[in-house]
Design a protein around this ligand. Sequence first.
Ligand SMILES: [Ca+2]
Length: 254
Amino acid sequence: MCACAAVFPELSTRFEKAPALGTLDPPPPDDRHFVRVVKGRIPPRARDGRTWDQAFGSLPDPYVRVIVNDVELFKTKSASDTLEPVWDTTPGGNYKIQLGDKVEVQLWNNNPLADGIIGKKEFRLEAEQLGAEIDLELSGESGVTISIQPAKAIWGAGFWYELRRGGARVTRVVDASPATRAGLQQGDEIVILEGKPIEAQTVDEVRSTLSAIPTQGVPMTVRHKDGTTLELTVKEGPIYPLLSDYASLPVTPE
Ligand SMILES: [Ca+2]
């Protein structure tokens, strides 16, 4: 047995921006939404009644923490010396958050000596809050505007693979993609592709099939790591990645 570790380059199926027109099929899942913190407003005086200058030597450097079901979902970067922060350097993203979740929005002053909370607000996410911007009245006479919308999509099949002599193995799949919806799993060996055994195809044939998946999809039979096999067809379609997956993707939702 050869102890040498052969390295096979990972190849990507096609990832593109989602089409701007038309409804996506399937629609965005219920368990994730696109969240963005838009802006905030802060009263001219700190909680102890002094002006910000008197209390801290300058205006606050505000940031927002979004907490869902008692776990921090994310926090924005800090805006600088302002009572009217906008967080356009913190882009929105798809996060695990759904109707009925307990949401707490906290507005903080990023201070090197002691972080100080400016205001907060807790609410249950309801259907009528989705889509439009939500203006939240926070404690401390402050406010935050956030936007919670259906999850945003990119387009593709949603998996990567490696080719070796007589075989193709799925190296990664994106959550909430056509690949996962069809049942494709990381580690799957593709045994039949478009009706033809994989070992009877050249590397170029396999690569050209998987790099440009046609509209009607690509039928394949895969062998899972547990030895079971599955026949499936992978088409391109909407992918609703979580923000935590954006870094691994060539395009991200907008
Ligand atoms: Ca400051």
